[in-house]
Design a protein around this ligand. Structure first.
Ligand code: ZN
Length: 106
């Protein structure tokens, strides 16, 4: 629930999630023992472009990689611009993707 409905943002250069003042989320945060704002892991919660902390809301192929992108970096793809440097963990993740099935190998 908190990841589906919580408000994403960036504080002090780190990705966070907050209640936005919604009582249902405040209750959920309390159950989890989280403060409001709660820092969340960068990996899996932010854009795959190096240095970008925006929430990723698009999953799409870009060249030989499947990336999770924020709207700003998705715009670069749409505009056929050069792909920026990708975060190390995304490069690592994509090195494990099966080229035939597209599934990630563990
Ligand atoms: Zn981005």
């Amino acid at each position: 629930m908190v990841f589906q409905f919580g408000y994403r943002g960036v504080k002090d250069g780190r990705p966070i999630i907050s209640t936005g003042g919604l009582s249902a989320l405040e209750s959920a945060f309390m159950v989890l023992g989280w403060s409001d704002n709660h820092e969340i892991p960068e990996c899996g919660n932010t854009c795959d472009v190096d240095g970008c902390m925006q929430e990723s809301n698009v999953g799409t192929p870009w060249g030989d990689m499947y990336l999770r992108l924020c709207p700003d970096h998705f715009r670069l793809l749409i505009d056929k611009r050069e792909r920026p440097k990708i975060k190390w963990y995304a490069v690592d993740r994509e090195s494990k993707r099966d080229p035939v099935t597209g599934f990630l190998n563990e």
